[in-house]
Design a binder for this molecule. Structure first.
Ligand SMILES: NC(=O)c1ccc[n+]([C@@H]2O[C@H](COP(=O)([O-])OP(=O)(O)OC[C@H]3O[C@@H](n4cnc5c(N)ncnc54)[C@H](OP(=O)(O)O)[C@@H]3O)[C@@H](O)[C@H]2O)c1
Length: 305
């Protein structure tokens, strides 16, 4: 098996180390890449080919680990060339995931299948887990034999992005409220007590975790604000698309959905590695996101920590 990488930074080099330890062939291209990337690839001694087309054409699994901004364009250029699986590991929104999926669906005569993957935790951490979804996502469980923690979610490619988004809503809102409570405790000259009392119920690590969340805001509050805005836009789009459906459309699409769901759930059941998800959506799910709004506004307000 050959595993190719587009992008050879922290994620690709960490994954490659494990693959090389298990005698799996790893390749990339260093065309137009920085000194840092060249060093990471050369130090590991992986196969380097002339360009990314060659990487894609030679790979059974092609992994994109570049940046959220490059993800869509690179998937169009190289993803569909693979005779196997194209796995995107970038932090992209559900909307971008669906754009990539649509591009795959619109191509004829391709042997490539798109799988969305999200890394939960730092890739370098032993505890990190990669959640994957998409038609052929269960095939990636082979990577578990090489020491990876791959969790196959479902055949619905966007599910992995949903998981990342839900997690992001929770962790960012927690950061915002931790920051606000801490600031109030400081104003009352009770910050030591703030950490002390919360450690009683939230666990011994509370102080370390809370300080890490608060400090992270120094460099990332602007990016966090943008991410919350993107999440809100996505939720509004979901709500609008539900509102715009007429009663009849809803009724007929529900019929279609239920027949598709029973078909796909049969497929899902046939795979032991893939969890069964009911993808019918409830219109109430995308309303009343007051906490998310408040979190977004908090990140906008912070400019001097
Ligand atoms: N690190 C983590 O633990 C972690 C966790 C969750 C998600 N992620 C996601 O995983 C992705 C990769 O993260 P990372 O930490 O590995 O980033 P990184 O260390 O910055 O590496 C990015 C790599 O992509 C390359 N690259 C950028 N644009 C490219 C292009 N157009 N064509 C080919 N290669 C290109 C960069 O090359 P140059 O050096 O030449 O620019 C670099 O080798 C990101 O989307 C990130 O959000 C990372």
């Amino acid at each position: 098996m050959q595993i190719g990488f587009i992008g050879f930074g922290e994620v690709a080099s960490t994954i490659s180390k494990k693959l090389l330890d298990n005698n799996v062939d790893v390749l990339t291209s260093l065309k137009d890449r920085s000194k840092k990337t060249r060093k990471l690839a050369n130090d590991l001694g992986i196969n380097v080919v002339n360009n990314f087309e060659e990487v894609a054409l030679s790979s059974d699994i092609l992994i994109s680990a570049t940046s959220p901004y490059e993800s869509l364009e690179l998937s169009k250029k190289y993803g569909t060339l693979v005779d196997g699986i194209f796995l995107d590991l970038n932090n992209i929104s559900p909307k971008t995931t669906l754009e990539i999926e649509n591009n795959f669906k619109n191509q004829r005569d391709i042997n490539s299948s798109f799988v969305k993957g999200v890394i939960i935790g730092k890739i370098s951490s032993e505890k990190s887990v990669i959640y994957v979804s998409g038609q052929n996502s269960n095939k990636l469980s082979i990577l578990n034999t090489y020491g990876f923690n791959i969790n196959v979610l479902s055949h619905n490619v966007v599910d992995a992005s949903y998981i990342k988004m839900i997690r992001s809503i929770y962790t960012k809102s927690l950061t915002a409220i931790t920051y606000e409570a801490f600031k109030i405790s400081e104003s009352l000259s009770m910050s030591d007590e703030f950490f002390e009392v919360l450690s009683i119920t939230e666990g011994d690590n509370f102080e370390i975790q809370a300080k890490s969340r608060i400090n992270s805001l120094k460099n990332s509050h602007k990016r966090k604000y943008e991410e919350m805005s993107e999440i809100l836009n996505f939720l509004e789009d979901m709500q609008n698309s539900i509102n715009n459906e007429s009663f009849n459309n809803i009724k007929s699409s529900n019929n279609i959905k239920s027949s598709n769901n029973s078909e796909s759930s049969n497929n899902i059941k046939s795979s032991n590695d893939t969890k069964n998800h009911n993808n019918t959506r409830n219109s109430n799910n995308f309303k009343n996101y007051l906490m998310i709004e408040a979190t977004k506004n908090k990140f906008k307000e912070i400019d001097n920590i």
